[in-house]
Ligand binder design. Structure first.
Ligand code: FAD
Length: 400
């Protein structure tokens, strides 16, 4: 039987995250957005409240929660501040390749410390010359005795300057594209590894993004995740498990945008009436609500699939593409409903609008999700009608 209700544990987690967003995120979101400072103290609080590293299994000191619970938490947090939430959640992205492909020693060594103190792990896939085309990675790796040597540059790496370690994708031979990719765990203090200055961004300014340079970085062979050549598979498996959460981020941001708009139309008067009296405004709110409800159902479906089968590639792409486009539209309409006040920083809409855009870009752009889905419809998808019946000009049978 289909059941849309949350368990008591999930409801408690949701309430905890919602309280956290209202107490520790919303009141400081403007400050971090203006200064671009890294919100370390808020992240520490999230860590203390048990709202971080949710996917780490119990045997390594974590709560061992599923994708579903992570999504429930990040919807609440992103409703508070998208940037802070990205910085909090990126540990789950960085740790996911270890969960997907790590052996027991790697998990013990690198997952456990995340639960013992506040530590950061970043996911280093994108480069200055590639993002969508993961098979086009140019960062080189070569075997050297009991070590691997990495050379190259990564770009756009969330939390990089604060990372204790990285999961890094590099290529044994770029001409071999996806067949040559490998994933490594690289300690941030390894000689030859340097992070760049944080880049100035349109939104998500509470989340720090920078480059990472590798110059003859020597990584012990026991830090290879899976086998040589399995990097592409590990990266895709990682995204399939983390993309539902990006749809949940977008749902949370969109929900907040709608709630701010709802509050505003109850107060603002134009043409002697409250804005809420205008049907055009009611229709905008209705459309926002419909898209938020649809986004939530889609991310819950993707999360359910991820927890049930370990592979949510298709529902995750559906959820990510839909929810992130919905969030962008809702953020834009919420600004519109606020008129001039939507365009200035005294109300949060202007920030929400800037923050929304990133969801359509990172962890696979909206176009890449559609590429995955288009290919699915043409090849993986099994049509419900194995043979489409002839429909033209048939004389109906006589059942009388
Ligand atoms: C703030 C921020 C944080 C990030 N954090 C991380 C991180 O922690 N780790 C990490 O590894 N990466 C991170 N990224 C990188 C992000 O994942 C990439 O920016 C994203 O995947 C897009 O890659 P790109 O920027 O190289 O764009 P490109 O791949 O160059 O794409 C440019 C445009 O072309 C479109 N396009 C590309 N290929 C096709 C195609 N085949 N068909 C149709 N359209 C296509 C894209 O959709 C896009 O619109 C981050 C990015 C940002 C902005």
């Amino acid at each position: 039987m289909i059941d849309f209700s949350l368990t008591d544990e999930q409801k408690e987690l949701q309430q905890r995250a919602r309280r956290f967003a209202q107490e520790y995120m919303i009141p400081y979101a403007h400050y971090y957005d203006k200064t671009g400072e890294f919100p370390r103290s808020i992240i520490r609080k999230a860590w203390e409240e048990g709202l971080m590293n949710l996917s780490i299994p119990k045997e390594f000191g974590g709560p061992g929660l599923g994708v579903m619970e992570q999504c429930i938490v990040v919807e609440e947090m992103a409703a508070g501040c998208a940037g802070m939430t990205t910085s909090i959640y990126v540990n789950s992205l960085g740790a996911e390749p270890i969960l997907v492909a790590g052996n027991a020693e790697q998990k013990e060594k690198y997952l456990k410390p995340l639960t013992e103190d506040l530590k950061f792990v970043s996911f280093a896939c994108s480069e200055p010359g590639m993002g969508s085309d993961v098979a086009g990675i140019q960062t080189r790796v070569k075997k050297d005795g009991g070590h691997y040597i990495i050379n190259g540059s990564k770009f756009w790496i969330t939390n990089a300057p604060y990372a204790d370690y990285f999961t890094v994708i590099a290529s044994l031979d770029p001409s071999q594209r996806h067949k040559s990719l490998c994933v490594f765990i690289v300690d941030a203090d390894t000689p030859g590894l340097k992070t760049g200055r944080p880049v100035e961004k349109m939104g998500h300014r509470a989340s720090t993004t920078s480059s990472v340079m590798f110059r003859d970085v020597k990584v012990p062979e026991e830090n290879l995740l899976g086998k040589e050549g399995e990097g592409f598979k590990i990266a895709m498996a990682t995204f399939a498990l983390t993309r539902p959460a990006i749809a949940a981020f977008a749902t949370g941001l969109a929900r907040s945008a709608m709630e701010y708009a709802r509050e505003y139309v109850n107060k603002r008067v134009a043409f002697t009436q409250k804005l809420r009296e205008f049907e055009v405004i009611q229709f905008k709110l209705a459309e926002m609500y419909m898209r938020i409800e649809a986004s939530r159902l889609l991310y819950l479906k993707a999360a359910w699939e991820a927890d049930r089968t370990g592979d949510s590639t298709i529902p995750a792409s559906v959820a990510k593409a839909y929810a992130t486009d919905a969030a962008m539209w809702i953020a834009s309409e919420a600004v519109q409903i606020h008129g001039g006040y939507g365009y200035i920083d005294q109300l949060p809409l202007e920030k929400i609008f800037r923050d929304a855009k990133l969801y359509q870009i990172y962890e696979g752009t909206s176009e890449i999700q559609r590429l995955i889905l288009g290919r699915h419809v043409l090849s993986g998808y099994r049509p419900a009608m194995e043979k489409i019946p002839r429909w033209y000009n048939n004389k109906p049978p006589d059942f009388e």
